[in-house]
Design a protein around this ligand. Sequence first.
Ligand SMILES: Cc1cc2nc3c(=O)[nH]c(=O)nc-3n(C[C@H](O)[C@H](O)[C@H](O)COP(=O)(O)O)c2cc1C
Length: 322
Amino acid sequence: MNNFWRKLNKNFLALAPLAGITDMPFRSICQDFGADVIYSEMASAAALSYQPKKTLELVRSDSQENNLVIQLFGSEPKHFALAIQRITDEKFAASLDVMNYHKPAGIDINLGCPASKVLNTGSGAGLFQNVKVAKDCIKAVIDNTDLPVSIKIRKSAGAIQAIDFLKEMEGLPIQAVMVHGRSLKEGFMGGVDFEAIKAIKDYFNGVVIANGGIVDKNSYNKIMTKTNADGAGLARGILGKPWLFKMLKDDNFNIDRKLIFETILKHAQLVAADNAWFIEFRKHLAWYVSGLPKAKEMRMAAVKINNYEDVLKFVHDYQFML
Ligand SMILES: Cc1cc2nc3c(=O)[nH]c(=O)nc-3n(C[C@H](O)[C@H](O)[C@H](O)COP(=O)(O)O)c2cc1C
């Protein structure tokens, strides 16, 4: 097994999975700014079994992407087993005419999603609370791939604490765990429980990634010091700010307007070369310009973007006008 997790430096930075956001163009931008590991948005194991073309297109990657982890959600071992075979078989993707499909570096299983449509099918944080089925699902993935398998969990869901969940997984070769330091009940709000993440770091033999509330150097230093985790998972903190990766690694780095607009153009070029689906890009554009003078006007212009030429005009109109 090529276990890339073991080759990462201490305090590495990961782009956490974000549904509808961490697609190939955005991952590429984050990698250029220094993300050491990049997670795909979550993909349904059941959909990969029944409708593989559409889902493989969702998780397809660029050959330039390093340490890409594809994340799966589901609740049935047989779906996971088939999904993982399909994800790791480039020839299968080619047979469905999925362009640009490359085998990832790792596979992650989502055990923390709080969305009701995911929970209601026993997936995400629902699977976390069904320890026996969770173990069977993780085992189905491990048994059907030579890629390193990781999991993403919350500090707790219902009556199950993360540390107890991991104890139940004893014996499974899980290589890494990203811990979101909030309970299912807390969702995405409130403080992050550093102690719970630290307890996992003390217990678990593999790589531990601390996640929750990292928005700047202070919050990053705090979570890393208090948890002693091996790496950090950045999520909402990088929306419109992919340069946060570089800021955390390089004290001398400062973002300026020129680089913001260069990033907008580069991101738009990647979207144009990928799926040319600029509807999704609009929200990124609105995030990129938030905090700048005329942000409100720019956000109103962002919702009208339909193609690369519109982005060029946007940059032309606003870059020097601010
Ligand atoms: C819009 C959105 C989409 C998300 N999608 C996923 C996902 O697909 N898989 C997953 O494991 N977590 C997902 N998460 C959770 C994040 O990866 C992360 O755990 C959470 O946002 C906490 O980190 P933060 O406080 O830095 O944002 C999502 C969160 C948000 C806000």
